[in-house]
Design a protein around this ligand. Structure first.
Ligand code: PLP
Length: 499
């Protein structure tokens, strides 16, 4: 008998033992399900799952531990899947594990409330939605963009895109747009996506296995969690501040832990102009981070999802975007997916166009991920708005200067609003996260009770904001300058009332 046959026989025997143990485990699970049903106890008990893993992990050799963790987690899933058939607290039509409770989007809900309030009180402050508005309170739509769109022939608008990956000239234009400082020197692949959301979602779903953990900032855009949830991923968070200053220490610590637990790190970094705090890391911190992750990548792959939604609205653009150069220094066991949004750069939110730019030193790594992105795209949205991809290319080739001028005017508006708000916040002692640039500033509130009370109180004063974990986000991008004047002081007074 060949060696492989011997080994296969051994595996068969082990599988028989596992089958017997599996049967025993499920029979016990059945009793637990009956008990839970009788006593009205929920199937899901994450803290018990964690305890079980921690108890048994040391029984397995260290090198197998990450795999044992996955094995045990898969058992929990199967066990809960069965328990739910008994407990009837699942919906039989919907895939197991999906959250089918009503979806409430914090920003969109808050914005609806603000609009209702505005109808009865024109003094209402709508600081809810991340769209750039002029001082008349309406959305900014750049002529340079929509004139270019009008020049796109109707038949082009009506057509499918040139490929699932997007139009080649669009992908190239996006690459050149992001590489304006001419500092990206490693292989790249670009895929057109529906908005930045599509790009981030492609990365999240293709880089991690079910039940693995995605690292995101502790205060972050809410959609990251929704994306993780939809794909049965867990989320862990890192702090981006230390002593109220931007810091990478929290990231380093969590990345090291993650590498130990799952032999792989996938981290979302929303930089520059982080939503919701307005923090920017800058090139020095990026360089230090890449150096650290290079070292860590000797133990396993490291992928950075760099959400650059607000890239073109960095006040200090040259310095805040120069960090892209650091990606050239990534090791062979690292890659980055840079997620670009036309919603933000072109204020074309409704056009739903974005791009995922894969950067990797190994051409093959970039190519493989590119191929998986295309398959996922084919299976979900098929292809991206052809007319608007053409519009971007036209605008850049025919009227880039006109666009940059309009964008600068919008940026100046934003700069002025943030200057007013920040200065007044400092004068009155409204505690903010360290804002540098971008659409939002965030009031720092660590106490959850106080956070809830404060948010409600602001609503009742017709100041509409979005509540985040440990903060109240103020969308300066949407508040006319005259309403920014005195806003920080009013917000501080209301904070004093609820303290
Ligand atoms: N990333 C962040 C942090 C955002 O705030 C947004 C939109 O609000 C996006 C990405 C993606 O936006 P879109 O899908 O419209 O491009």
């Amino acid at each position: 008998m060949t060696d492989i046959n011997k080994l296969r026989n051994q595996i068969d025997e082990i599988d028989s033992q596992l089958a017997e143990l599996f049967q025993k485990r499920m029979e016990t699970v059945e009793k637990v399900a009956e008990y839970k049903k009788l006593n009205g106890i929920s199937t899901n008990d994450p803290s018990r799952e964690q305890k079980i893993i921690e108890k048994h992990l040391p029984e397995v050799e260290e090198k197998w531990q990450p795999y044992y963790r996955d094995f045990q987690e898969e058992l929990f899933v199967l066990s809960k899947k069965y328990q739910d058939t008994k407990n009837l607290n699942d919906d039989p039509f919907i895939r197991y594990g999906m959250d089918f409770s009503e979806y409430r989007d914090a920003a969109f809900n808050a914005s609806q409330n603000a609009r209702k309030a505005m109808a009865r009180n024109p003094e209402t402050v709508n600081g809810t939605v991340g769209s750039l508005c002029g001082d008349d309170g309406t959305i900014i739509a750049f002529d340079s963009v929509y004139d270019a769109y009008d020049r796109v022939p109707n038949k082009r608008k009506a057509s499918y895109a040139g490929g699932i990956q997007g139009n080649p000239d669009f992908n190239e234009t996006v690459f050149n747009w992001l590489n304006r400082l001419d500092n990206i020197r490693i292989p790249h692949r670009n895929v057109a996506t529906p908005g930045g959301t599509g790009a981030i979602s492609l990365a999240v779903t293709n880089l991690l296995d079910k039940h693995e953990t995605l690292l995101i900032p502790s205060i972050a855009w809410g959609s990251y969690r929704v994306m993780a949830g939809q794909h049965d991923l867990k989320v862990d968070t890192y702090d981006i501040f230390e002593n109220n200053e931007v810091s990478i220490n929290g990231m380093k610590k969590k990345c090291a832990e993650m590498m130990e637990h799952q032999n792989k790190v996938v981290i979302i970094i929303n930089d520059p102009c982080q939503n919701p705090t307005g923090a920017t890391m800058g090139k020095n911190l990026w360089a230090e981070l890449i150096e650290y992750l290079n070292e860590l990548s000797k133990q396993g792959p490291v992928a950075i999802i760099n959400d650059i939604a607000y890239f073109d609205y960095a006040i200090d653009w040259q310095n805040s975007t120069a960090y892209m150069e650091c990606f050239n220094e990534m090791s062979d066991n690292m890659l980055a997916v840079v997620c670009f949004s036309c919603s933000k750069t072109l204020t074309a939110y409704g056009m739903r166009v974005g791009n995922a730019m894969i950067l990797a030193r190994r051409e093959e790594a970039a190519e493989h991920l590119y191929n998986t992105f295309i398959r996922t795209a084919r299976a979900s949205w098929s292809n991206v708005n052809n007319g608007f991809m053409d519009c971007f290319v036209k605008m850049v080739n025919e009227n880039k200067e006109g666009f940059l001028k309009e964008k600068q005017e919008a940026l100046d508006l934003l700069k002025n609003r943030s200057r007013i708000f920040l200065q007044e916040a400092e004068e009155c002692g409204l505690p903010l996260y360290p804002y540098k640039e971008g659409f939002f500033a965030t009031v720092r509130i660590d106490d959850e009770d106080l956070l809830n009370r404060y948010h409600k109180a602001l609503d009742s004063h017709d100041i509409y904001t979005v509540k985040f974990a440990r903060g109240i986000r103020v969308a300066l991008c949407g508040i006319p300058t005259n309403k920014c004047i005195g806003l920080a002081g009013r917000m501080k007074d209301i904070l004093n009332e609820v303290m």
